[in-house]
Design a protein around this ligand. Structure first.
Ligand code: ADP
Ligand code: MG
Length: 239
């Protein structure tokens, strides 16, 4: 069972910019929560704090009872998927998938089983010997997701992972992400500025504006009963 608690999280950057102004969200086991809001509203900052990649100015972020920034980076049971994939260009797909497990000292046979299982789930089993440069954008995105899956994380963090893909592929990958998340039953936070993406993916939506929460609810609640004019215009409720 995984629970992530974001408690009154505040982020002030060293230059004084107040990017997150006291955010409270709990993500329950198996839940897919989408943080949606316009560019600059603090989505990536919040996600990086959850990942322990950014210090928390005030408040707490607690994963399964432990403050994330008190857990050694190698032991944080968190996997993040970015829009720019960050694959190792000189390594094969197989090695890209195996890399994190190898660093953890996972036995070779176990690495092999996990890599092949993830590759099968993501339908990239035929490309294991290719380099990232020999793959399409959608295939690269699958490899990035495979790298997250093999680690068996307590939670997936997605930061606009599909924004480099064309519209058709984006729709397809969005459905696949949802299917995979359901199948694995792993909690996830998915960050996007795209309202349609938020509505299709989310169990619950967190609408952010200028570092603050405007509304938290199911897609139906947020769409049908927007809590503010900001939510109404951003989500595009009917007149
Ligand atoms: P989003 O992901 O929603 O577009 P960000 O979290 O990237 O938003 O940024 C939120 C705010 O914090 C913006 O005003 C941005 O300019 C500012 N910001 C982001 N990163 C830094 C940084 N490293 N230093 C100072 N300000 C930053
Ligand atoms: Mg961002």
């Amino acid at each position: 069972m995984t629970t992530l608690e974001i408690k009154q999280a505040v982020k002030r950057y060293p230059n004084g910019a107040l990017a997150v102004k006291g955010v409270d969200v709990t993500v329950e086991d198996g839940e897919l929560v989408v943080f949606v809001g316009p560019s600059g509203c603090g989505k990536s900052t919040l996600l990086r704090m959850v990942a322990g990649l950014e210090s928390v100015t005030e408040g707490e972020i607690v994963l399964d009872g432990r403050l994330v920034n008190e857990v050694e980076p190698a032991n944080r049971n968190i996997a993040m998927v970015f829009q720019n994939y960050a694959l190792y260009p000189h390594m094969s797909v197989y090695k890209n998938l195996a890399y994190g497990l190898k660093n953890r000292g996972t036995p070779k046979a176990e690495i092999d089983a996990k890599v092949r299982e993830a590759a099968k789930l993501l339908q990239i089993g035929d490309f294991l010997e290719r380099k990232p440069s020999q793959l399409s954008g959608g295939q690269r995105q699958r490899v990035a997701m495979g790298r997250a899956i093999v680690r068996d994380p307590a939670i997936f963090l997605f930061d606009e992972p599909l924004s480099n893909l064309d519209a058709k592929l984006r729709n397809q990958m969005r459905l696949e992400i949802k299917r995979l998340q359901r199948r694995l039953g792993t909690a996830a936070i998915y960050v996007t500025h795209d309202q349609v993406e938020a509505m299709t993916l989310a169990d619950r939506i967190v609408v952010l504006n200028n570092g603050e929460i405007e509304q938290i609810g199911t897609p139906a609640q947020v769409y049908g009963a927007p809590a503010s004019t900001f939510v109404a215009s951003f989500i595009g409720a009917p007149p």
